[in-house]
Design a binder for this molecule. Structure first.
Ligand code: ADP
Ligand code: MG
Length: 267
């Protein structure tokens, strides 16, 4: 048995976290929006990211999902650097094909659902598997049907977005992201645009996903969700991580004045 086989056998094989940010910074011109963010999300864990408007939460998610390029620091998903390959101590930018492959493994759900308005719920969910993955229509249809069932919309498959409520549209958007079989799901204030009575149905779908072991980063002001579902809570302000820990502990006993001030507004 080799040394590495021994570590596998003993269960100590060093599995990388699903997400690792090390000193991630991002500037837009002279505006430094992220100032050295470091955090980790392990496989199957849910991290809730909270903080005031403008603190850089969306920018951080967008860096993970290749929608922005980090200015400094390292960001990796499942042990692979995002956007770069490292060889002989040097970083090489990924080719578009390789970057696209990384992106396919990451699902993102936005505040605005952005469904294709001219397509039914079913067609929305089938679109990426058909076009990006080249799946057969039969398989894509079967999977889309299962996913719409999973988000509680089995009876809405043939509806167009305009005939669905905001909560239903957001659940289609979640099903659409899941159709690519991502290993990581990013949620950017997924319930902020919803009428209050529709928030619960979307959070319930997200709870189900978490229970099924999906790794998730969720930007949200829903502190009940954070307390109940998240493994860790990160409070960000002005581009830095101010405080992080077990959600119940951070919520009950915030250590920093800025965290206390924020919670006093959202709780
Ligand atoms: P949050 O999601 O926490 O509200 P954002 O990440 O959206 O914060 O924004 C943080 C800051 O970055 C804001 O000051 C915003 O104006 C700025 N910003 C975000 N995206 C861009 C961009 N594409 N170009 C210039 N400034 C941006
Ligand atoms: Mg935002």
């Amino acid at each position: 048995m080799t040394a590495s086989e021994a570590t596998v056998a003993s269960g100590h094989f060093p599995v990388p976290p699903m997400v690792r940010a090390e000193g991630v910074s991002k500037s837009f011109g002279s505006n430094e929006v992220l100032k050295g963010i470091s955090l980790e999300v392990k496989r199957g864990e849910v991290l809730c990211l909270v903080g005031p408007s403008g603190s850089g939460k969306s920018t951080f998610l967008r860096c993970i999902n290749h929608l922005e390029v980090v200015s400094a620091g390292r960001l990796s998903v499942d042990g692979e650097l995002i956007g770069y390959r490292e060889a002989n101590g040097k970083l090489y930018e990924l080719r578009p094909r390789e970057a696209a492959r990384q992106r396919r493994d990451i699902g993102m759900v936005f505040q605005r659902f952005n469904l294709f308005p001219h397509m039914t719920a079913m067609q929305n969910v089938m679109e990426a598997p058909l076009r990006v993955k080249g799946e057969s229509k039969a398989l894509a249809e079967q999977k889309a049907s299962d996913l719409l069932d999973r988000v509680g919309l089995a009876d809405r498959q043939d509806y167009f977005p305009a005939h669905l409520s905001g909560g239903q549209q957001q659940r289609v958007a979640i099903a659409r992201a899941l159709a690519m079989e991502p290993k990581l799901m990013l949620f950017d204030e997924p319930t902020s645009a919803l009428d209050p009575e529709l928030v619960g149905e979307v959070l319930d779908v997200m709870k189900g996903l978490a229970a099924d072991g999906m790794t998730m980063i969720v930007v949200t002001h829903e502190m009940g969700f954070a307390r109940e579902v998240a493994d860790s809570l990160v409070f960000m302000d002005a581009g830095v991580v101010v405080e992080t820990g077990d959600p119940a502990e951070v919520l009950a006993n915030p250590q920093h004045q800025r965290t206390r001030a924020f919670f006093s507004k959202v709780l």
